[in-house]
Design a protein around this ligand. Sequence first.
Ligand code: S3P
Length: 198
Amino acid sequence: MTSTPSTTATTPTLTPTTAVPAPLLRLVLTGFMGAGKSTIGRILAARLNWDFLDLDAHLEARTGATIPELFARHGEPRFRRLESTALVSALGRSSTVLALGGGTPEDLTNRLLLEQTPGTFTVFLDAPFPVLFDRCMLQDIARPVLEDPAAAQLRFGRRHPLYRRLAGLTIDTTDLSPEQTVEALLATVFPPGPSPYL
Ligand code: S3P
């Protein structure tokens, strides 16, 4: 964990584990379902005056089908292949905040794409499984892989180290609002002073 939530201030002190690329062309948000990738991504993009792209929505637009329809019609393996091709397309965009699907980093090719596409910096929005599960239960989003909570918890355990390794920055969002998370992220990626990134 690289974040240290302070007791009084609202902006935690964060330390990236990899350098922010210069120029920075896109910020990628990763994490399990319920991490806040889309909510935080929209706020972040507005603050930067960048575009926001949700990989699930991008995939739905490309296929003309919803995520549950893709799972039901073709099964998860085919969904994952479609997700990878959508990722390749999404990584062609600049000045963009990209919210991944919760399962995107499970695929090695996807991780390599994210690590090796120049100008890309990935941030892991972390929280414990029960917190994420409760957040998902409060949302009106159909998520096929949450139908079996025990299996979802196993996925979380499998993915957690992958999220950590992929990201150059981890933010523990357990006690942060989306706005506080964005403040922490911006303060770390764009520290005060002349910016070499933009
Ligand atoms: C999935 C997460 C979902 C979506 C699909 C599968 C997963 O995205 O891609 O339902 O395997 O964790 P969100 O994390 O945006 O809900």
